[in-house]
Design a protein. Sequence first.
Length: 355
Amino acid sequence: MFDLNKITRNNIKNLVPYSSARDEFKGNEGIFLDANENSFGSVIEGNFNRYPDPLQKAVKTKLAEIKKTFADNIFLGNGSDEAIDILFRAFCEPGIDNVIVLPPTYGMYEVSANINNIEIQKVNLTQDFQPNLDKIISTINANTKLIFICSPNNPTANLIDVKSIEHILRNFSGIVVVDEAYIDFTDDKSIIEKLDFYPNLVILQTFSKAWGLAGLRIGMAFASKEIIRIFNKIKPPYNVNILSQELALKALGQHEKFQSVTRQIVTEREKLKEVLKEISFINEIYPSDANFILVKTSDAQKIYDYLVSKKIIVRNRSKITLCDGCLRITVGTENENKQLTGELKLFEKTLNEQV
Ligand SMILES: *Cc1c(COP(=O)(O)O)cnc(C)c1O
């Protein structure tokens, strides 16, 4: 049913990618006079005078081991944003094709669609933030190329039922993008283990959340070797810089630290949830499998403004589909969470005094 050749844009199929100097000669040793680099070194301390590895082989080799996949099934980009943009440029014909998103969800899919002049079709999640399968399937038309599913979903924090994801994978001849930016904060398994069963599956993950490396800008995509080959054809040749590659590799070597910090964040999340339950103007605390919590409040704007006045910034999501009155709170350190809940309790007291 899924035919990669059929859904790839003709200009991409015919594209002759830029061949960098480092693509042509693979060795590490020699006198490199092929890329117009500065053989004298960098102006500052450190060795940044050479272009980085275009395919980030060292990082991918280590990552493949951790994710139980192969380097050829991995794309690394300048944040997940780059992978999202490449999906549009590879598979969606501007002004003709469309994609499906499931609000409330991550805003970048729609922004990237708009930049690429691709129509967005919205099929809202149900009240319990799960996909409306019948509606999604009936919304698919001949020009639908991508369906974005975020699990755990931002901003609702819940996992999407994997049976639903697989139903969509089986009933759609385009690409299903499963964004797992927050997968490390849940006990559920990544859908990476099903990559071999679904040639139309693209999984996004990131170094920005559980790995604590948002500033390095490294996103990952996992897919069939054929899809990854298309990604690599489109990406700028040197899209992940040397420092980011080196530090990502270093981070991957500290898997135990990664796991212990991730566990700590989950512990803090559960503690924070308990304290938030005591606050009267928080009407609902949604289940979270992520490093943030969505809460429904009686007056999101007022609470948001109060917190800002105390230099505590949360995300006001109250204007978003199905998120009336909602604030999204990132789990902080124990101390940060204490300050947050302390201020919320003070605010509660002033409300009570006004009554
Ligand atoms: C934070 C986040 C990302 C990560 O984006 P990067 O560009 O890799 O920093 C991706 N998807 C979702 C849903 C997110 O919330």
